[in-house]
Design a binder for this molecule. Structure first.
Ligand code: ZN
Length: 109
């Protein structure tokens, strides 16, 4: 598969998911819900949400793996920890210092 075909395939999947989300919204929030969700639609919704959950799990697993490679440490209290999100925390989880990543003494007069 060349990169152009790959790109087309990706677009098709995104369009399919986008179309399905719009239909889901119509079904779930619109008057259609009162009449019941057609079995075919329901199966497709479950299939797509299952796929999305699988992707979410893969993503979280991957992020978890990346996080184990990163250890942050607080310059204030010496606490070290594995970050759970890619963003750096605003404060140290132990001593709550907002200067955990700053060199000691920079804010002193
Ligand atoms: Zn600390």
């Amino acid at each position: 598969m060349n990169s152009e075909q790959k790109e087309d395939n990706r677009k098709t999947r995104i369009e399919r998911i986008d179309g399905l989300i719009k239909r889901m919204e119509g079904i779930l929030t619109g008057g259609e819900a009162k009449r019941g969700i057609p079995r075919g639609e329901r199966n497709e919704i479950l299939e797509i949400t299952g796929e999305l959950k699988r992707i979410k799990n893969m993503l979280e697993e991957r992020e978890g793996m990346e996080n184990t490679l990163t250890i942050l440490s607080c310059t204030r209290c010496g606490h070290t920890w594995h970050p759970r999100t890619p963003q750096l925390p605003k404060v140290c989880p132990l001593c709550k210092s907002p200067y955990w990543d700053k060199e000691r003494g920079w804010h002193k007069k």
